[in-house]
Design a binder for this molecule. Structure first.
Ligand code: SAM
Ligand code: DTB
Ligand code: SF4
Length: 320
């Protein structure tokens, strides 16, 4: 078994990126097979439970109040709407339901509603995940007591490039929230976005930061930037597909037991690129026609791709 390490040096991560493509993918696939069934993919579905008018200035995001993206702001959804969407996701084969809110942080009152949502979605036999921005230690414990399985909070990019992307919340704020989630005993979901205009070193540093957390996140979403008109990054150049695939492979090697999720950006990826991502060790996706505010491949198209590649959805691990 390959060793689980939390002390990767940048030189080691750079050396992985410098491997010939075939050597890198072979290594990633070999490690993947030590810890996971090679043809199983975990499937999550997303729902935006509170959309738009976010006070943060994340330059990639359709939901920042600073970005004129034409997005309609919506209030927190009612419990019934959330349960209906979760039921649909379960019927479509998802095992985890992820609820996202465009908040800098939840108020204690809004958290009351989210707690109800978590309990109701869990009662359907789905795993639960929420992404609500920064949390206090006390709020994190409330979510744990509600039975929350995962909290998503991304590092997004390297600490060095971070200030070019977001100025209203610091890297340390993000690390603090992640440490509360870890301390509360909730599974950590944390990853980043590629294609923000970062350098190859920034990508290596992002993966190094994730892999050197005191414990690896159980879930590592790797997003390709969705270039949204009205955001400052709308005209960014599309990331080279091989650079994206290499990042998936390096994430797999650095964090052998984590689920690596091929996340946002799949509508712009060919089936062949996605197939190489799975070969490189990605073993989780978001399925469903929408991500939070943007499109995702149609469920039928994903089903077709799974069938072409002989991939199967992982079974739910929570019983109804
Ligand atoms: N407001 C909360 C927060 O930022 O923590 C939760 C929702 S936020 C939309 C969750 C994550 O989605 C972000 O951290 C970012 O990594 C990802 N994301 C947002 N917009 C994106 C885009 N245009 N392309 C790719 N990923 C994006
Ligand atoms: C994550 O890393 N990616 C998801 C989820 N965690 C919350 C969000 C992707 C959002 C893509 C842009 C949108 O749909 O607004
Ligand atoms: Fe707000 Fe999250 Fe979008 Fe940043 S990524 S603007 S915090 S919704």
């Amino acid at each position: 078994m390959s060793e689980i390490r939390n002390n990767w040096t940048l030189a080691e991560v750079d050396a992985l990126f410098a491997l010939p493509f075939n050597d890198l993918l072979f290594k990633a696939q070999a490690i993947h097979r030590q810890y996971f069934e090679p043809n199983k993919v975990q499937v999550s579905t997303l729902l935006s439970i509170k959309t738009g008018a976010c006070p943060e200035d994340c330059s990639y995001c359709s939901q920042s109040a600073r970005n004129d993206t034409g997005l309609e702001r919506e209030r927190l959804l009612a419990l019934e709407e959330v349960v209906n969407a979760a039921q649909e996701a379960r019927e479509a084969g998802a095992t985890r339901f992820c609820m996202g809110a465009a908040w800098r942080n939840p108020t204690d009152k809004s958290l009351d509603h989210v707690v109800e949502m978590v309990k109701a979605v869990k009662d359907l036999g789905l795993e639960t995940c929420v992404t609500l921005g920064m949390l206090t230690a006390e709020q994190t414990r409330r979510l744990r007591d509600a039975g929350l399985d995962y909290y998503n909070h991304n590092l997004d990019t390297s600490p060095e490039f971070y200030g070019e992307v977001i100025t209203t919340r610091s890297y340390q704020d993000r690390l603090d929230t992640l440490s509360y989630v870890r301390e509360a005993g909730i599974n950590v979901c944390s990853g980043g976005i590629l294609g923000l205009g970062e350098s190859a070193t920034d990508r290596a540093r992002l993966l190094q930061e994730l892999a050197n957390l005191p414990k690896h996140p159980e879930s590592v979403p790797i997003n390709e930037l969705v270039r949204i008109p009205g955001t400052p990054l709308a005209e960014n150049e599309k990331l080279d597909s091989f650079d994206f695939i290499r990042c998936i492979a390096v994430a797999r090697i650095l964090m052998p037991t984590s689920y690596v999720r091929l996340s946002a950006g799949r509508t712009e990826m060919s089936d062949e690129t996605q197939a190489l991502c799975f070969f490189a060790g990605a073993n989780s996706i978001f399925a469903g026609d929408r991500l939070l505010t943007t499109d995702n491949p149609a469920v039928d198209a994903d089903q077709q791709l799974f069938s072409t590649l002989g991939l199967e959805r992982e079974e739910p691990c929570v019983s109804v």
